[in-house]
Each structure stands twice: as C-alpha cells, then as structure tokens.
Design a protein around this ligand. Structure first.
Ligand SMILES: [Zn+2]
Length: 316
C-alpha cells in the first residue's frame, strides 16, 4: 500500500560544495531545498530520502559512450565549459551529474515497487537541454530521460510520458526520444527563449511521429490562458498515449519572479498544474509520478514553488 507522502530525494551534502563559479545554476539551489524546510513550507509530513550515485551504466541507454567519457575527462583536459559557455566544468562535474541522474532511477524503482505513489527529486545540475551527445544550458546528463529509460526497463512499463513545464523547451529530452514511440514528451515553454528550439511543428520522427508535442506560450500571456493551454495539451495527449508512468521535468523558472520569465505564474499556478497533470494521467498511471527538478533561479520563488508542487504530490 503506497503511502500518501511522496518520497523527497535530496542530494544531501551537495549544498556545501563550493565548486560552481558564477553560474546561476549554483549550489544554493540545492541548499534551499533541504527536506525539512520544504515539508514545513508545504505543511505536510514528508518522506526525506537520501540516495547514492549509481554506476555510469544508468547513462548508457540515453548518452553516447564518447560523450560520457568527455564529461569524465573534461576537467583533467583543462576544459572550462562543456558547451559554448554556460555549462561549467568543475573538478567533480561528472560525479555531481551522475549523482543527480541517479535520483530519478532510485525514485522510479521505489514508485514502481509501490513504496510511494509519487516522488520529487531536488537535484542539480538540471538535465532537459542535454541530448545523447552534448551538454547544453547547465545540463550535463538528461536526468528525466535517464529516469524514463530506466522505467522502460521494468516489466509492464512500456509507455512513459515526460511532461516539461520549465520556461525553456525540453529540447534535449525530445531529441533523445524523437523516433521512439515509447516516450511521449510534452513541453510547454515561453516563446523566444534559449535554445532556439521547441517549435510546435516538431512532432517526432519515424516511429516516434506524433509522440512529441511543443506548446509555445507568448511572453506576457495571462496565467488563466497559460493554464488553459496546459490543460488542453494534456487532454489532447494523455488519453491517446495512455502512459504507465508520468515523469515531470519540473522547472520553476516560469515563475514571475524568475529572471528568465515573462509569464505571470506563481506557486499556486504550479500547484494547479500538478493537480491537472495528476488528474489527467492517473487513469493510466494509477497516480505513479516521478518529478525531477530542472530550472528555477530565484531562490525564494524556488522554495515556494517546490513546496506547492510537493504538497500536491503528497495528495494534500
Ligand atoms: Zn529553464
């Protein structure tokens, strides 16, 4: 019998590492999300879980071996960035990114085992811009894609939906599964943001044609209109696909206080989106949901949004 409380997976100890330089994707993002603080803000009795880094074999279904090797040796090779100038190389970039990707695998296993219905992974670096062979925009390994691939290796799990509501497109996740009908990616994002991708005419390729959807929201769109587009996209996608598991690429940088956002979402909006996503998918997933942190760079907004999201994952 699954507990109503959702598992909360946090990289304990990562917040004390000072390896990042000046990037907004910094250790403080993890520090402010310590479980006790979120449980108090959410007003729920949460379930704090720690987890260990797994072996790099968890990355292989979604990342090319040569890319994994590149990340592993980047610091020794004197590289400053893994991409054109955003994704910094630190002494432990490989270790941190592998650890972050491990959270989703742990959460997937424990949700599928029935230990809890839902889980949230408060991890960094984020993952959704990374594709099979390159890092991009703070993302090293694609945490959501690794979790989706891991879920698909379990008997009875043949379709996984990745819902990405980060303000930026979940382009890496979509590229990884572009020709794969086992993973439906639905990304809702603000128009005109980094990276120049996430167009609505991209719907998949080959066997994956029709299994991907981008919803592009113009800057300044009122929140009720955003929520209506969100709900409509879910209604048009979820029942046709019938996912066995929902994975959320939960970025909170569409919050009005985030530097990247020209939208009006607040913490209540994210609670409502969580509710809508669970309602839409539960007939197929039986509520099984694994949510993984992506962006969100205004620290106080991040705390409020994660608390609001987690509260709904706990069934409150
Ligand atoms: Zn983002």
């Amino acid at each position: 019998m699954a507990d109503r409380a959702a598992g909360y997976f946090w990289q304990a100890g990562l917040e004390r590492r000072r390896t990042s330089l000046v990037c907004p994707e910094k250790p403080e993002r993890c520090a402010v999300l310590m479980p006790e603080r979120i449980f108090r803000a959410a007003g729920v009795a949460g379930r704090a879980e720690t987890f260990a880094a797994r072996g790099e074999s968890i990355l292989r279904p979604v990342h090319e071996r040569v890319y994994i090797e590149k990340v592993k040796t980047a610091h020794r090779a004197g590289m400053r960035y893994l991409d054109a100038g955003e994704t910094e190389v630190t002494a432990d970039v490989f270790e941190q990114a592998l650890w972050a990707a491990s959270a989703g695998c742990e959460a997937v296993e424990r949700v599928l085992a029935g230990e809890f219905l839902a889980a949230f992974c408060a991890v960094r670096p984020p993952g959704h811009h990374a594709n099979r062979h390159r890092a991009l925009g703070f993302c090293v390994f694609n945490n959501a894609a690794v979790a989706a691939a891991h879920a698909l290796s379990h008997p009875g799990i043949d379709r996984v939906m990745v819902l990405d509501w980060d303000v930026h497109p979940g382009n890496g996740t979509m590229e990884i599964f572009l020709d794969d009908p086992a993973v439906f990616t639905l990304s809702i994002h603000q128009a005109g943001l980094f990276p120049e991708s996430g167009r609505e005419d991209i719907k998949g390729r080959g066997a994956g044609e029709g299994f991907h959807r981008n919803v592009v929201i113009p800057p300044g769109t009122p929140t009720p209109d955003y929520l209506a587009r969100f709900e409509q996209a879910l209604a048009e996608s979820v029942d046709a696909f019938a996912p066995a598991l929902l994975i959320v690429s939960a970025g909170f940088d569409a919050h009005y206080g985030d530097p990247a956002s020209k939208l009006g979402l607040d913490a209540d909006s994210f609670a409502q989106m969580t509710r809508l996503a669970l309602q839409a998918t539960a007939p197929h997933t039986a509520g099984r949901t694994v949510s993984i942190l992506e962006g969100g760079y205004n620290l106080s907004a991040l705390v409020d949004c994660v608390a609001a999201h987690y509260r709904v994952l706990c069934g409150a």
